[in-house]
Design a protein around this ligand. Structure first.
Ligand code: DC
Length: 224
């Protein structure tokens, strides 16, 4: 089973994807985290961000492991933990710096090929809830369920501001989101766009649980 959830930053896709994966007891594949991890690793190891070959080689030499936590008996669900080269670097991945680095290198086709392979290999062994920009269009065009979440830019900026520790103010976050949206949506390879067969949901006025319910309802109805 593959469920894809694409959409821009702040559309709610991460939280929704995590919750749905948890409900179904399957792996949450946050593809943005792969780009973020490589962006941070490139910076840390001194790899030139514009050197496509070097960035792709760095990604190919990186080990990504997706580990389902043991069942939490109280709630009866499991979380997915991403290990990068054996380490849980979740906290660093959420920074504004990581998202900017990720967006910069996400235009590179060699890197995208490597990360596409990582995602498809994972799908050979596991059911997945995949979130990203191109999950339903490029990585898993045959996914059973495809969703595209979107929301008003101001609402998205406010959501991001609330969760980013290193953000300065909401206007700065909005400006950064606009720049990132532009780059992600206009790039030649795998741009941020809804698949023709994706269900598009505007989450501007919806709470997370409402979005989760809406998606789960559609998944259930379709599988009856
Ligand atoms: O979803 P996110 O904010 O973690 O993504 C970080 C950046 O990585 C974003 O600017 C776009 C890029 N990205 C991408 O190009 N393709 C993906 N499947 C996921 C993320």
């Amino acid at each position: 089973l593959i469920i894809t959830i694409d959409g821009p930053a702040g559309s709610g896709k991460s939280t929704v994807a995590r919750k749905i994966a948890k409900k179904l007891g399957i792996i949450h594949l946050n593809s943005g985290a792969l780009f973020r991890a490589i962006g941070l690793k490139a910076k840390r190891t001194g790899v030139e961000l514009d050197d496509e070959g070097a960035v792709a080689r760095l990604a190919a030499a990186t080990e990504f492991e997706f580990v389902l936590s043991p069942i939490d008996e109280k709630v009866g669900s499991r979380d997915t933990c991403l290990l990068v080269d054996g380490k849980d670097i979740d906290e660093q991945l959420g920074s504004a710096e990581a998202s900017m680095l990720a967006s910069r290198i996400a235009v590179q086709s060699k890197l995208r090929d490597v990360l596409l392979r990582v995602q498809r290999e994972l799908s050979l062994k596991h059911s997945l809830v995949v979130e990203g920009r191109d999950a339903g269009t490029v990585v898993f065009p045959n996914a059973e369920f495809k969703f595209y979440l979107d929301a008003d830019i101001r609402v998205r900026a406010e959501r991001r501001f609330a969760e980013q520790q290193d953000a300065l103010d909401v206007d700065a976050v909005q400006a950064e989101l606009e720049a990132r949206d532009h780059r992600d949506a206009t790039r030649e390879i795998a741009p941020q766009v809804a698949a023709d067969d994706a269900t598009v949901i505007d989450t501007s006025e919806l709470g997370i649980d409402e979005v989760v319910e809406e998606l789960c309802g559609r998944i259930k109805v379709a599988s009856l």
